[in-house]
Design a protein around this ligand. Structure first.
Ligand SMILES: C[S@@+](CC[C@H](N)C(=O)[O-])C[C@H]1O[C@@H](n2cnc3c(N)ncnc32)[C@H](O)[C@@H]1O
Length: 205
């Protein structure tokens, strides 16, 4: 890992993910998690203050040591006990059907093998469990899509592997989930990175 990834990138991710429009979306969706929660790509822990008292425990996983260190500081103030795992989501070391809810915000874009990660997410959530997601991705406008495809190779290099053209809702449905709520809209910001897809999906019982 280079100096950029170790020192600069985690601070840039923290700043980029802490913008007011993102906090509004976190406040709308994260309280929908309940019970025993797994957060995929917990980053610096910006969702932790949004969990409701319906949550009994939170397990946060993320491969970044720098970001999980920041999340550990926020964990002290969370409303439920938090356990942090410094691992990737493509292989989750836990038994099947363990979690009532899984939360994933602006992370499916950055996971190298998103298909394996979603297979694991489906495996470890309980039947009937709730998958809460907020992602950015492929814009509906062709002109923006063209820019997204042009910029993506460079963006991935500077943005910790972040893809601009993933379609979270389609990926989630293809993994077997049934989407019970879905909203898509541009948020403030550069349009190539501001088209958001958020909602709640359920693993069929
Ligand atoms: C844009 S940040 C979002 C962080 C956090 N979810 C939030 O909402 O603030 C993307 C996160 O994905 C994490 N990530 C990258 N590869 C991953 C993987 N294979 N499994 C899980 N998380 C991963 C990064 O370390 C980073 O924390």
């Amino acid at each position: 890992m280079g100096l950029y990834e170790k020192y600069l990138l985690p601070k840039m991710i923290e700043a980029a993910c802490n913008q007011p429009p993102m906090q509004v979306l976190r406040a709308r969706y994260v309280p929908q998690a309940f019970g025993n929660v797994l957060e995929i790509g917990i980053g610096s822990g910006l969702n932790l203050c949004h969990y409701s008292d319906k949550v009994t425990s939170i397990t946060g996983l993320d491969p970044s040591k720098e970001l999980t260190d920041m999340a550990r500081e926020r964990a002290a103030k969370a409303s439920a006990p938090v356990k942090m795992l410094q691992i990737s989501s493509e292989e989750i070391p836990t038994s099947d059907a363990k979690f009532d809810s899984i939360v994933c915000t602006w992370t499916l874009c950055s996971i190298p093998n998103v298909y394996s990660a979603l297979r694991e997410i489906y495996r470890v959530i309980k039947p009937g469990g709730r998958f809460v997601f907020i992602e950015h991705g492929l814009a509906p406008d062709l002109a923006i899509q063209r820019w997204q495809r042009r910029i993506e190779p460079f963006w991935k290099m500077v943005g910790g592997g972040c893809h601009l053209t993933r379609e979270a809702d389609i990926l989630i449905q293809n993994a077997g989930f049934s989407i019970s709520r879905l909203d898509c809209a541009y948020e403030p910001g550069p349009k190539f990175a501001a088209y958001m897809t958020h909602g709640v999906a359920v693993r069929p019982a």
